[in-house]
Design a binder for this molecule. Structure first.
Ligand code: GN1
Ligand code: MG
Length: 362
């Protein structure tokens, strides 16, 4: 996709654009690096308005959250490398809408940093848990009003499953044949998908501000890959349960194979990394977490992996309208890999739960 240089010029700052190049690996938005003749590089993104029907809500949240983080982190060295910084348009807006109706935003570019697709050791795992735990802690005192829900029911797993069943019955692209086994796998877990939502409705699990997309590569480490620096991808920061973040860290931080691994025998999780993430997370969250929340952490790894598998599978059946895919069966392959990981985590559930509780009590 070729981006018109005029779009970058809508934002305050250097105006002599020399090139706009694609960057990033996200499944949702389109990200570009803007080079200027007369200033430092910046990051330009086109929001996916199919995924985010209210882009202005996304940016309202992000502006409030990043300004809050700025206040919280200003005492640290390299403070401006530890949170995203929004650049506004000449008219003072956080979004520019082009004549085609596409929504664009701009960030300062961070120094070169390292992100992992797979962790290498449990020290890194510790920092992943600690960083997303600290992120939740830093946002715990964000002043009202409540953040917008940028995607309704984003982690409402029962509704995600319900939708999968509906789509598989309608089978609009005649793809169910290949996916029946996976649909059955998800449906067989109907009794488990409501656990967290029900506990929340009973008043046992509090609403908090959560990141909601704590994929491993949404945490940037310094250029040597040692020290955690910055949590990115704030589009889904909104009210949620802590489990949404912890569970997705387990899904992506402990996995021994990529999210779309084709060879299911390679799909497993690393127990040491599980321990590292948990230790880091509990350390950062100790002041605000309740025991009832901690009791559900091990389960959340299963639930969030199941949920994203359900989402990939639904998207496969719907004809790949949500996630970017690289080949026609990509979403099915992703769902299979996620469900294989669910099975592995389920088989170890009691052991993982004991590990969490031991770390919590120590
Ligand atoms: C998407 O944008 P990205 O790639 O960080 C998705 C997450 C999924 C993830 C699966 C807004 O995240 O929910 O867990 O893909 N983001 C949205 O890889 O749907
Ligand atoms: Mg994202």
């Amino acid at each position: 996709m070729v981006v018109d240089h005029h779009i970058a010029s809508e934002f305050v700052g250097p105006q002599q654009v020399s090139a706009i190049l694609p960057m990033g690996r996200g499944h949702i938005n389109d990200t570009f690096l803007v080079h200027y003749h007369d200033g430092p590089d910046r990051v330009l993104q086109r929001l996916n308005s199919h995924v985010f029907p209210r882009p202005e809500w996304v940016m309202d949240n992000i502006v409030r959250v990043t300004e809050h983080l700025q206040r919280k982190l200003s005492h640290l060295p390299d403070a401006d490398q530890r949170h995203l910084r929004v650049i506004f348009t000449h008219t003072g807006r956080s979004l520019f809408v082009d004549p085609q109706g596409h929504h664009w935003r701009m960030y300062h570019r961070l120094h070169p940093m390292h992100s992992y697709e797979r962790l290498e050791n449990s020290r890194q795992a510790y920092w992943v848990g600690h960083s997303f735990g600290a992120f939740q802690a830093q946002l715990a005192d964000l002043s009202p009003p409540r953040l917008h829900e940028t995607i309704a029911d984003f982690h409402h797993t029962p509704r995600r499953l319900h939708r999968l069943i509906q789509v598989s019955q309608a089978d609009p692209h005649r793809r169910r044949g290949l996916a029946q086994r996976e649909v059955d796998f998800a449906q067989a877990r109907q009794h488990r998908v409501e656990a967290l939502i029900n506990a929340h409705h009973r008043g046992d699990l509090p609403e908090r501000i959560t990141h909601n997309d704590t994929k491993l590569n949404n945490l940037l480490f310094d250029s040597q890959g040692q020290q955690p620096m910055c949590v990115v991808d704030l589009d889904t920061v909104m009210p949620g349960l802590v489990h949404y973040d912890f569970g997705d860290m387990i899904r992506t931080g402990c996995a021994t194979a990529p999210e779309d691994e084709e060879n299911l025998e390679l799909v497993d999780f690393d127990r040491e990394f599980f321990g590292g993430i948990t230790r880091g997370y509990l350390e950062a969250g100790r002041e605000f977490l309740t025991e009832t929340e901690v009791q559900q952490l091990a389960f959340s790894g299963i639930l969030m992996t199941l949920e994203v598998g359900i989402r990939f599978l639904t998207d496969y059946l719907e004809g790949d309208v949500y996630f970017k895919v690289h080949h026609p069966e990509h979403n099915l392959q992703r769902a299979r890999s996620q469900f294989a990981l669910v099975s592995r985590l389920e088989a170890a559930e009691n052991e993982l739960h004991d590990q969490v509780m031991t770390l919590w009590q120590s």
